[in-house]
Design a protein around this ligand. Structure first.
Ligand code: SOE
Length: 386
């Protein structure tokens, strides 16, 4: 089988998810090319080498410019904080590498547009990893919407709630600093909800948003040890939190539907509650990532004596991707969404099939995110000009 050499930049939470994805994809799916774990890149040599030997990366490198410049690399995989996406993706596109990039795509929509134009100019496959699109239950929601079973859409109600920084002693990791993350849960979590809403309902016309900051100072982190959800402080010295702690946004869709988006890391008890409801003239669907194999579906077409939300376990082979895993009812998890993305990404390279969300989607989403933050500052509703 043809081989494609991967350079992965980043080796923490997403680095682990992506490494697992490249390994498992050709084992479970019939792709035309086998990803090779060629080189992994990160700033800190000792943990990088330990990661590489545990997961089977052939080589390590501490300078991302060197890996992007290598002739033998086909795919550059960016699993890093937002502030590093733009520069690496631009260099990778110019070097003719296909790009698998973590979300949100960049720090600004201007950067995102340049990334899109450059990737298109150099004819490389470009993908922004909103993994939740490839959850089979989400694909089922899309199918029901496409088949008209929900009818005309009236409402999107989305929430992405976590609680990992409610402790005031959780350190000031990169997620909590504007210069590295761009924004707080708005960019980190609302970005996923916006992507799902765009995928399922359509583009957003205007937004109105409020943000809040509950804890303004935190202890500085031990940069090497700290990761997402697992901060380690360096000492008692504190620094300023420069992103919002929660962002609640209302939106009008171009098709007339009305939506709400809630993103917070202060939702006590919620771990990774990525939730949406869609209400239409013929029915409704409800999805909750923490029950990710299931989709609730309500249909007006059911006889009146049997109406109610039915719980569909999306593990039968009729659902997207799951036929390649286990027999029905043998549920799948978080990591599988990444593998589904890699299948489509590899097919985009070898078969020329389209892949979404791509840098165009990343750009559209950045416009919505930016409008949300502008609205939070001005207190006004913002019409989005794409
Ligand atoms: C942290 O908030 C995080 O890891 C996000 O960055 C991911 O995108 C989300 O999928 C889970 O939570």
């Amino acid at each position: 089988m043809k081989e494609l050499n991967v350079a992965l930049i980043g080796y923490k939470f997403m680095g682990k998810a992506h490494t697992n994805m490249w390994i498992k994809t050709p084992l479970f799916f019939d792709v035309d090319a086998k990803p090779v774990l060629k080189v992994i890149c990160g700033r800190h040599e000792a943990p990088l080498k330990a990661f590489a030997s545990r997961w089977g990366w052939q080589e390590t490198e501490t300078d991302w410019r060197k890996v992007v410049a290598r002739k033998d690399i086909d795919i550059v995989d960016i699993a890093l904080p937002q502030n590093l996406h733009y520069e690496i993706a631009m260099e990778a596109a110019k070097a003719g590498k296909h790009i698998f990039c973590e979300k949100p795509i960049a720090m600004t929509s201007v950067q995102a547009k340049e990334m899109l134009d450059t990737a298109e100019k150099h004819k490389v496959v470009h993908y922004v990893n909103h993994n939740y699109r490839r959850c089979p239950a989400v694909r089922l929601a899309k199918r029901l919407l496409t088949e008209g079973r929900i009818g005309r859409i009236f409402h999107w109600r989305g929430a992405y709630l976590q609680s990992w920084i409610t402790d005031p002693n959780f350190p000031l990791t990169w997620h909590l600093r504007k210069e590295t993350a761009g924004s707080g849960p708005h960019g980190d979590l609302n970005s996923h909800s916006i992507d799902l809403a765009r995928y399922l309902i359509g583009d957003i016309k205007s937004v109105s948003c409020m943000t809040a900051n509950f804890i303004k100072e935190r202890p500085l982190p031990d940069e090497v040890a700290a990761g997402t959800f697992s901060g380690v402080s360096k000492g008692t010295e504190k620094g300023q939190v420069t992103v919002e702690d929660a962002a609640f946004m209302l939106a009008e869709f171009q098709n007339g539907a009305l939506g709400s988006f809630e993103a917070s890391r202060f939702a006590t008890g919620r771990k990774n509650y990525n939730y949406f409801e869609i209400y239409g003239s013929e029915g409704a669907v409800i999805f909750n990532l923490e029950r990710m194999n299931e989709l609730l579906f309500y249909s007006n077409k059911d006889p009146d004596y049997a109406q109610g939300f039915r719980n569909i376990l999306a593990t039968e082979g009729v659902h997207d991707y799951v036929g390649n895993w286990w027999p029905p009812g043998h549920i799948i998890g978080y990591e599988h969404e990444f593998i589904h993305a890699a299948v489509d990404f590899l097919n985009a390279i070898t078969r020329g099939t389209p892949i979404e969300p791509n840098f165009r989607d990343g750009f559209m989403e950045m416009k919505v995110l930016e409008a949300g933050l502008d609205s939070a500052v001005s207190g006004k509703k913002i019409d989005i000009a794409y």
